[in-house]
Design a protein around this ligand. Structure first.
Ligand code: OGA
Ligand code: MN
Length: 293
């Protein structure tokens, strides 16, 4: 049966655990209300949407992102600088250097599995990532369906984590770089002493009502009320489960791809790539309307 969204726009699921392509919408133009509604429904259903062959400037990216809510400012980078002063809501993700200085964040390293800004009290609900330049090889971004990860947990594990909260490290980004202002925690090994937000390990999505495993980021994670050793054992077990290929889809970037994900029920990571190649993406993040519950 055709879904309501499919009558308005063409939605092609990736065939993996999450993700769908929408190829018949030009996002540089104003969108009709029924198209916006269809995109929103498809996003709730597929968790990650990819729009290929777009041609967007920063104003287009910001305008499209604002259709889904107010934007958060770009997160604090390792340099502490705002990358595009006219658009402080845009984070530049890039390894490119001009006069020896990086134009963006995350370099060319591997970025570990994470949910964007899970270290704040009210993380963004949506992230939009648009590619301007990408390497021939490497730098793929992978996604995990955290509803599916939750649903596949053994009953016993669900019982253990139900009602428990975990801490999400603020001090480092997903490439392991220390954020400006958090240098004092660079050598701290006790996760209980590192600043960050507390969130439930199991959350309920405010729109879909589905339950998801909410892990956020592994480094310096800590489950409330446990010894650090027991917390490490349980976190390792949950991470080994959630990062299985069954729950995963890999995005191979082309120039002009806009990928839009739901931060409340997904995680993502990025492969490293050769630092001699150039990779430039522009990112926005839409404010979450509530803290994860
Ligand atoms: C991000 C991120 C991955 C990438 O921008 O939030 O994790 O592919 N980027 O660069
Ligand atoms: Mn990210």
């Amino acid at each position: 049966m055709q879904s309501k969204s499919n009558r308005v726009i063409k939605i092609e699921p990736t065939g993996s655990a999450l993700g769908a392509d929408i190829d018949d919408v030009d996002l540089s133009r104003p969108l009709e209300d029924d198209v916006i509604a269809a995109i929103t429904d498809a996003w709730h259903e597929h968790l990650v949407l990819r729009f290929r062959a777009q041609s967007l400037d920063d104003a287009d990216l910001v305008r499209f992102s604002r259709l889904f809510g107010e934007l958060d400012m770009a997160p604090i980078t390792s340099s502490g600088e705002v990358e595009i002063p006219e658009y402080p809501e845009i984070l530049v993700v890039s390894n490119v250097k001009v006069n020896g200085k990086s134009i963006g964040s995350l370099g060319n390293y591997e970025a570990e599995w994470h949910t964007d800004m899970s270290y704040v009290e009210q993380p963004p609900k949506m992230t939009c990532l648009y590619s301007l330049e990408v390497p021939e090889e490497g730098g793929d971004t992978s996604f995990l369906n955290m509803y599916a990860a939750y649903e596949a947990l053994p009953d016993e594990t669900r019982r253990v984590i139900d009602g428990k909260r975990a801490k999400h490290d603020y001090s480092r980004n997903s490439a392991g770089e220390v954020r400006k202002g958090f240098e004092g925690f660079a050598d701290e090994s006790d996760p209980r002493k590192i600043p960050g937000a507390w969130h439930p390990l199991v959350t309920t999505h405010p729109q879909t009502g589905r339950r998801a495993l909410y892990l956020g980021r592994r480094r310096n994670g800590y489950i409330e009320g446990m010894s650090v050793e027991d917390s490490e054992i349980l976190l390792d077990q949950l991470w080994a489960h959630a990062t299985k290929p069954d729950f995963r889809w890999d995005q191979k970037w082309r120039v002009g791809d806009l990928v839009v994900w739901d931060n409340r029920c997904t995680m993502h990571r990025r492969d490293a790539f050769d630092d001699d190649s150039r990779r430039i993406l522009h990112r926005t993040q839409v404010k979450g309307s509530e803290r994860p519950v």
